[in-house]
Design a protein around this ligand. Structure first.
Ligand SMILES: [Zn+2]
Length: 218
């Protein structure tokens, strides 16, 4: 399965409350959901994370379109990036300016920090908290920019009101902006991530970093 682009997005146009056949669509979705996850081998189509507990995303935002081609397995971090209005409404996110790391890698980094904060030793927990805090400082960069806000809901409102053309170019307009999460959003998922977390001793981090830098240059 090809990897899908991960762009800050909102649910536009089709709203569930306007669907006349919501109940039928929900029944259909429940049936097709496990098939989609099996097809994708339990891997997030946006970032490749394999996990026991996954979401399923409607690619065209139409929740009554349960055609398997319209459905993609998504981990909850990548899923939230597709629904920043919903993340904003629940007060569980901030927009930061971080052009150095793409959203996919940032999701892996955040998830790893959340897992470490759950299962790590004192020193590791401290480090994970520090990383997240440092990243969150970049919300101030967005607040001081012409955007003047780091609230996902403000960005969601803009995206909902944008014209079709403008919306399709959102990746350029929102260049360097990323979504950061509050860990409380993933309480349900954490036990599954912790269970299968592959630990990497801190002594090996230097080599991993050097490899990553070298790979990026090629
Ligand atoms: Zn993902």
């Amino acid at each position: 399965m090809e990897q899908l682009d991960l762009i800050l997005s909102v649910k536009r146009g089709v709203f569930r409350r306007n669907d006349t056949n919501t109940e039928v669509a929900d029944k259909e979705f429940k049936l097709v959901r496990p098939r989609v996850i099996a097809r994708d081998n339990s891997c997030c189509r946006f970032c490749d994370l394999k996990a026991e507990m996954q979401d399923v995303h409607h690619l065209d935002d139409d929740h009554s379109n349960n055609d398997q081609n319209n459905l993609a397995t998504a981990d909850p971090l990548c899923h939230g990036v597709n629904h920043i209005g919903q993340v904003g409404l629940s007060g569980e996110g901030r927009i930061i300016f971080l052009p150095e790391i793409d959203q996919r890698d940032l999701n892996h980094l955040q998830r790893t920090c959340f897992v470490v904060m759950e299962m790590g030793d004192v020193k590791q927990k401290e480090l994970a908290t520090k990383i997240l805090r440092r990243l969150l400082l970049r919300a101030a960069t967005v607040e001081k920019s012409p955007w003047q806000t780091s609230a996902p809901l403000d960005f969601a409102k803009g995206l909902i009101n944008a014209g079709e053309d403008e919306y399709s170019r959102r990746e350029i307009v929102l260049n360097g902006l990323r979504l950061m999460y509050h860990p409380k959003r993933f309480v349900r998922y954490l036990p599954y991530w912790v269970k299968n977390f592959i630990s990497l001793p801190m002594s090996k981090w230097g080599k991993v970093y050097a490899d990553a830098v070298r790979t990026k240059k090629v």
